[in-house]
Design a protein around this ligand. Structure first.
Ligand code: RB5
Length: 151
C-alpha cells in the first residue's frame, strides 16, 4: 500500500501525529506538504497528493485540513476518486466497506489525535464489501463518465 499524505496549516499538527503513528507501525507514506509554520491553501496540497493517486503512483491518500471538508471536496473533483471525511469509528468503517473510498479526509480542528489514529487504523485495515455497494459505487463512476467527459 503506497500512501500519499498532504495537509494545510490547519491539518498540519494532526498530520504530524498520524505520521508518528505510521512510522511506528512501519506503514510507508510520502508527505506532499505543507510544512510547519506556513499558511497555505488546502486546494493546492490536496490536489498534489490526489494527482498521484489518479496517476497510479500511490494507492490511496490521507488529507488533513481544519475540518476534512475542504480536502474531501478537492479530492472528489478528480476522476476515479472517492474521498470521505470521517469523524468516528463507524464512518471510518463504512468509508471503506460501503463507499470504497480511496481518499480519507481528516479535520485537525475537530478530531483528537487518538481518534484520528484510530480512524486511520480502521480505514487502512477494512476492505470493500462489494455486492450492493459495488452497484452503487459503479453508478457514481457512471455519473462521473457522463458528466465529466472531456470536450
Ligand atoms: C483553513 O483555515 C480551513 O478553512 C481549512 O483548513 C479547511 O477546514 C477547509 O475546509
Amino acid at each position: 500500500m503506497k500512501l500519499a499524505l498532504a495537509s494545510d496549516h490547519a491539518g498540519y499538527e494532526l498530520k504530524k501525529e498520524v505520521i508518528r503513528y505510521l512510522q511506528e507501525a512501519g506503514i510507508k507514506f510520502t508527505d506532499f506538504g505543507c510544512g510547519p509554520g506556513e499558511s497555505v491553501d488546502y486546494v493546492d496540497y490536496g490536489a498534489e497528493a490526489v494527482r498521484r493517486v489518479v496517476s497510479g503512483e500511490f494507492d490511496r491518500a490521507i488529507l488533513f485540513c481544519g475540518t476534512g471538508l475542504g480536502m474531501a471536496v478537492v479530492a472528489n473533483k478528480f476522476p476515479g476518486i472517492i474521498a470521505t471525511p470521517c469523524w468516528d469509528e463507524f464512518t471510518a468503517t463504512v468509508s471503506r466497506t460501503h463507499n470504497n473510498a480511496n481518499v480519507l479526509a481528516l479535520g485537525g480542528r475537530v478530531l483528537s489525535p487518538e481518534l484520528a489514529i484510530r480512524i486511520v487504523q480502521i480505514w487502512l485495515e477494512k476492505g470493500f464489501e462489494g455486492g450492493r455497494h459495488e452497484r452503487r459505487v459503479k453508478k457514481i463512476f457512471d455519473l462521473e463518465a457522463e458528466l465529466c467527459q472531456k470536450k
